[in-house]
Design a protein around this ligand. Structure first.
Ligand code: NAI
Ligand code: SOE
Length: 396
């Protein structure tokens, strides 16, 4: 058997550069026969020293401190964008125009206008394009989707989504790029609420109307004094000069879905005690599903069809019988982690490339999520319901 090799160039060797590199190395160990074998060909960082170090650490054959060399490299099949949000459009558009397949981290871009240009370039080039909303790859989330699709909870009426973290509570945490609007685009909205929007669209359908509210709690932070951009683990530098935070710390919104369901989302990086409390509760007319990423091996199901004296939530512990489970670990309850979500994401990307089929979620999905995020920001300013504008040429 000959399995195709796909040469990957990764741009950015921070948190996501690490997660994606792990996935490229590990995917064929789990999914075998692999649809294609990713080869860690080249990695880019901002300096020669960082790039060389990243290649040694993450197992790449080559390194560069100029991402354009990856775009110009005829050997590269896939460009993987793992840098802060402001750089996604230029890299993705250049990669698509060079005929490379592209996986880009979320949010696809800072604004819908930027994301739309990326989507248009990718579609025009006919490449495989994927936006990296990896939490939907958690087996319990994929199981929730199949239970909705097979009618287990009936017609969905309400989606309640949350993404609560607490790493940004400390006012002396450095001014990471995640607190700067010109780099990140927005705060909790683009950084974490977009993951919940991906759940909402994946599980329930398109979001067509929003009514949002956004708050900022910390207005300035110490300017980092060199070194890598760090989050919760960062050293405090309380006596450094401070710069403005110009993004939201918390966002809440009500939602209306195209299919008639309603919903709500809350997202903040300021909820003491919540570490990565990403979850949903979905009410159908025959039952309820509950998921909490902090207990990511479990899906809670309540069925109104159970006998009256048996009704109650049951906990399904995911394993080989559930989505992707056969390829992961041999018995239920061993547990999946963040790494496995990225390994599954990598499998789906390689499968789309090998089979020549569209990837899911695509840049179209990434674009639509930025349209919804923009509408939430407009609605929070206006204090009213806003229709989501998906622009001309988008099919609802
Ligand atoms: P990070 O700050 O940990 O790493 C970014 C890296 O990119 C840094 O090492 C930086 O030096 C490098 N970089 C910046 N500009 C570059 C350039 N022009 N060429 C080469 N390297 C460059 O950031 P992190 O957390 O990895 O975030 C990157 C992206 O991934 C963001 O869009 C973020 O929203 C997304 N993300 C997604 C997650 C998910 O669960 N899907 C989790 C964390 C981040
Ligand atoms: C910080 O809030 C962060 O790293 C986000 O950027 C990711 O998207 C999220 O999955 C984990 O937390």
């Amino acid at each position: 058997m000959h399995t195709r090799t796909v040469n990957v160039g990764v741009i950015g060797a921070g948190f996501m550069g690490k997660a994606h590199s792990l996935a490229y190395a590990a995917m064929p160990m789990f999914f075998w026969p692999a649809p294609a074998i990713p080869r860690r060909t080249v990695i880019a960082e901002v300096t020669d020293e960082l790039a060389r170090d990243a290649a040694a650490r993450f197992g790449y054959e080559r390194w560069t401190s100029d991402w354009r060399r990856i775009i110009d490299d005829p050997e590269i099949d896939v460009v993987d964008i793992a840098v802060p949000n402001d750089q996604h459009p230029a890299i993705a558009i250049a990669a698509a125009q060079a005929g490379k397949h592209v996986i880009c981290e979320k949010p696809l871009a800072r604004t819908a206008a930027e994301a739309r240009a990326m989507r248009d370039a990718a579609v025009a080039a006919g490449i495989v394009h994927m936006v990296a909303f990896n939490y939907r790859r958690t087996p319990a989330v994929a199981l929730a989707k199949s239970l909705i699709e097979d009618g287990t909870i009936g017609t969905v009426r309400n989606f309640r989504g949350t993404y609560l973290q607490d790493w940004s509570n400390d006012p002396d945490l450095p001014l990471s790029w995640r607190f700067q609007r010109d780099v990140a685009g927005s705060g909790a909205l683009g950084d974490i609420a977009t993951h919940v929007l991906d759940f909402a669209r994946y599980l329930v359908g398109e979001v067509v109307q929003v009514n949002g509210l956004m708050e900022r709690y910390i207005h300035d932070r110490p300017i980092p004094q060199g070194g890598a951009d760090q989050l919760a683990g960062a050293a405090k530098i309380a006596d450094a000069p401070r710069g403005p935070v110009d993004v939201d710390d918390e966002v809440l919104t009500m939602l209306r879905f195209a299919g008639g369901a309603v919903g709500s989302i809350e997202a903040t990086r300021h909820a003491h005690g919540r570490k990565n409390f990403l979850g949903f509760e979905i009410h159908g007319d025959r039952g309820t599903l509950v998921f909490d990423y902090e207990r990511r091996d479990e899906l809670q199901l309540y069925s109104a069809d159970d006998a009256a004296d048996r009704q109650g939530f049951r906990t399904i512990l995911t394993g080989p019988a559930h989505p992707y489970g056969e390829s992961l670990w041999p018995i239920p309850g061993l547990g999946v982690g963040y790494g496995e979500t990225k390994i599954i994401e990598c499998y789906e990307l390689m499968k789309a490339i090998a089979e020549g089929t569209p990837a899911d979620p695509s840049f179209e999905d990434g674009y639509r999520i930025t349209c919804i995020a923009d509408a939430i920001a407009v609605s929070a300013q206006a204090g009213t319901w806003v229709d989501v504008d998906f622009g001309e040429g988008s099919s609802s």
